[in-house]
Design a protein around this ligand. Sequence first.
Ligand SMILES: Nc1ncnc2c1ncn2[C@@H]1O[C@H](COP(=O)(O)OP(=O)(O)O)[C@@H](O)[C@H]1O
Ligand SMILES: [Mg+2]
Length: 253
Amino acid sequence: MSFLMETRGLCRYFGGVKAIHDLNLEVREGLIQSVIGPNGAGKTTLFNVVSGILPPTSGQVFFKGAAIGGTAPHRIASMGVTRTFQNLQLFSDMTVQENVMVGMHLKSRGGFFTSALKLPLVWKEERRIREISAEILDFTGLGKYASLIAGSLPFGRQRVLEIARALGSEPQLLMLDEPAAGLNNRETSDLSELIGRIREKGITILLVEHDMDLVMEISEHVMVLDQGQKIAEGNPELVRNDEKVLKAYLGEE
Ligand SMILES: Nc1ncnc2c1ncn2[C@@H]1O[C@H](COP(=O)(O)OP(=O)(O)O)[C@@H](O)[C@H]1O
Ligand SMILES: [Mg+2]
């Protein structure tokens, strides 16, 4: 069986800290899968390596069978791998719609500058980007905020906007780093529903999340990291009752 994304013997060290160590991870196409683990387990580092922000120390990342470890982030994004950030990274003084459009511009062939040479095409491209970004905002429930300044939105909506912007790059694999952090119950259940609808569009979801109720509710497969290594995986029920997993979390509380 081949996987949408996998890591083989992946290592990422920071000096003496083995943030990721000899990790073999398989992400199946079309599912919602989660990576959980205590603070410092290496979850964000995993996303940083897969999305190209950090090169692996050794080992490899494969996306649709191609080795992508060490490839530049914008190239990995254009292949269809997009992630959101644990700490929001929006353009807070741009409008909501512009935030989504920026992600799309970065992907469109010409880019901001070179495309200025072929104006009529640019107008068409510009209109297409406007239309699609409006669709994405409607899809994520942000349509009525399109022209507001992103930084003026309540925190929960900014989190959704970060996901909307990620959708603008038309990902096949969407990696969400703690999207429920700071959300109230109502916002978390809206998020859960949104993630389900994104998956229905055929986008594979890899979720890092601390909210165990959310993880158990929406994941079809859960992988548990502890000190950079996979200590358990399987369906949510199985993982929840795994002794190694309970032990790893004991140090936390
Ligand atoms: N850029 C970095 N430089 C040095 N150490 C880092 C860096 N990023 C992460 N680490 C370390 O790697 C380990 C894993 O961190 P991280 O991936 O953020 O864990 P998690 O997201 O699971 O909480 C931690 O010990 C952290 O301090
Ligand atoms: Mg993290």
